[in-house]
Design a protein around this ligand. Structure first.
Ligand code: TRP
Length: 327
């Protein structure tokens, strides 16, 4: 299958992103033709500092490589380096009913959070996402539940285009993240872990062990003393157990058993030790990549080339079909 997925450059990668999206990408790249894209043009739908955006984009590429995304197995590239994404987005915008965009729950949430004005780019965000996907005739897209509605719009737009101009785009399937990969905030364990919350509520994948340990020891726990998995009554402990079980690759029951007669502090210390050990190779790889600027550039150039050749062919076809004068 041909797979496409995107990740925003802003914010450091945290264990929620890693156990959710990235671990799935790592699995998919083994068997499928994958296009993984750092979506800088999506990031600017809310105001960004130019210098920071550039650094964050490069950093996200390095983070992905350090976690094991392999340039031999997939095309890893930056969205703005393949200008066909924006060209197709414009064209699809001319066929997207306003009503469809007004329904998008993510737009409504983000617009509410915006302290200043809300710009047209934020409203049209799902159309750019549809273009990312359709440009490559993608068959399946791994995403979180929060993006499922955008995938539905993508299929609607593909159908619309195809019925008006003839068979052009493939309607992509949604691959939803596996259950059990929902990592919650350390401070408010009933809320999803998010990089837009305070730093003590999430654990960065490349964070120093000391800082990680501090955050884990200060994580919100629940009343009582017992360590068992019960999301309703024990959201804090259940979250720590989930992280433990996913990183140790032990089933939940086995993890529960291990901590059966122990106290909360023991669980927290064990989790900190486990994360330090499991993430050390990733931290090392990242340090190495941080110093190899040319190598990283070369990987992106190859990714751009592979993406471009498909994107150009699709756009040529689209331009002809909609009646743009050929040069
Ligand atoms: N909107 C997605 C997110 O915030 C990122 C994204 C952009 C994406 N384009 C995509 C994901 C195409 C999948 C496919 O998570």
């Amino acid at each position: 299958m041909r797979i496409f997925s995107g990740i925003q450059p802003t914010g450091p990668m945290h264990i929620g992103n890693y156990l959710g999206a990235v671990s799935q990408w790592l699995e998919l790249q083994k068997q499928h033709e994958c296009f993984f894209c750092v979506v800088d043009l999506h990031a600017i739908t809310v105001p960004q500092n130019p210098k920071e955006l550039e650094l964050a984009t490069r950093n996200k590429v390095i983070e992905l490589l350090a976690t094991g995304i392999s340039p031999e197995k997939c095309a890893l590239f930056v969205q703005s380096q393949v200008p066909e994404h924006t060209e197709l987005a414009w064209i699809l915008n001319t066929m997207t009913p306003l009503g469809e965009l007004e329904r998008m729950t993510q737009f409504k949430d983000k617009a509410k959070k915006q302290k200043t004005e809300v710009f047209a780019g934020l409203f049209n965000y799902p159309v750019l996402m549809a273009s990312d996907i359709l440009l490559y005739k993608t068959q399946a897209v791994p995403v979180g539940q929060d993006q499922a509605q955008h995938l539905e719009l993508t299929r609607t737009l593909a159908k619309k285009f195809n019925s008006r101009f003839g068979e052009t785009f493939v309607e992509p399937k949604t691959i939803l993240k596996k259950e059990g990969a929902r990592i919650m905030s350390l401070k408010e364990p009933r809320k999803k872990m998010s990089k837009s919350d305070k730093p003590d509520s999430y654990l960065g994948i490349f964070e120093e062990p000391e800082s990680m340990k501090k955050k884990i020891m200060a994580a919100t726990t629940d009343t009582g003393k017992e360590i068992k998995f019960d999301e309703k009554k024990k959201p804090g402990i259940s979250n720590l157990l989930t992280i433990y079980s996913l990183f140790s690759k032990e089933p939940m029951q086995k993890a529960e058993k291990k901590f059966q007669k122990k106290d909360y502090a023991f669980l927290k210390k064990s989790l900190a030790a486990l994360l330090t050990q499991k993430l050390e190779p990733l931290r090392k790889k990242k340090r190495e990549l941080d110093s190899r600027e040319l190598y990283v550039k070369e990987i992106l150039r190859q990714g751009q080339n592979r993406a471009s050749s498909i994107a150009k062919a699709t756009m040529q076809d689209v331009r002809e079909k909609i009646g743009l004068l050929q040069s």
